[in-house]
Unconditional design. Sequence first.
Length: 283
Amino acid sequence: MHIAISGKLGSGKSTVCGILNKDHGLEIYSTGKIQRAIAEKMGITTLELNRRMALDPKLDHEIDDTVNEISRRRSDECLVFDSRMAWHFAENAYKVYMYVDPTVAAKRVMGDDRGNVEKYRDVEDACAQLKARSEEENRRYKEIYGVDNFDYANYDLIVDSTSADQFETAKLIMDSFGKKESGIFLSPKCLFPTALPEEDGSGELKVFVHDGYNFVSSGHGLLPGYGKSGARFVKAALETDESAVKRALSSARRRGKKLLKTYESLCGIKYESLPAAFIRSVK
């Protein structure tokens, strides 16, 4: 069985794959390096390359067909595919999605040497460019393949690298893969509340994704304990009730930044990013 690792830009996919290669002897097939090399050769940014690929999907199909062919031809081996669409094309694969807070991702990529075509003025510029690039990629995937790369339901394992180092992240992936277990493991710093603890009697932590952030729909009473424990990961379930999602988002917009400040105090944490839902607050 193979491992297909997708995820957000700056989540540390390539670094984790390097650990899986070095410490576990797993062969890595990376398409990100191929795209960066093409952009470098053409003297354009990876975002511009994605825009050109949107007009000519030939390269998309070439990369994805190769992933599918390799996964089938070497079905008796365990390969790691470091590719945003490998979950869709690699046969018999354990599907992993790596998440990271947008601000943390921006700080990471600013510290990386990604060539002359990936330069950023500051963290805010890096956040904007990474968001634009990921949204452009996902728009193209939807048009070409009819799938949403951001949908957690597509994956066996979602792992958040915001608070964990690359070794902790790699260990969680390998442990879960070994047991063939599924789950969503997120950092307490990336769980955005939509209600106060005393208003939510549910004992199960459920989340949904909106605009690239993880919002809590139930289980708010668990958050203070998770935050104070210093846990790198906490397990959550995916919220599938659309009415619950709408109510939670409405509550977040109504309460605004004050709710985040309350949880920072209760949990002993500091949120790195501020989702737009909390900016649209009623004074």
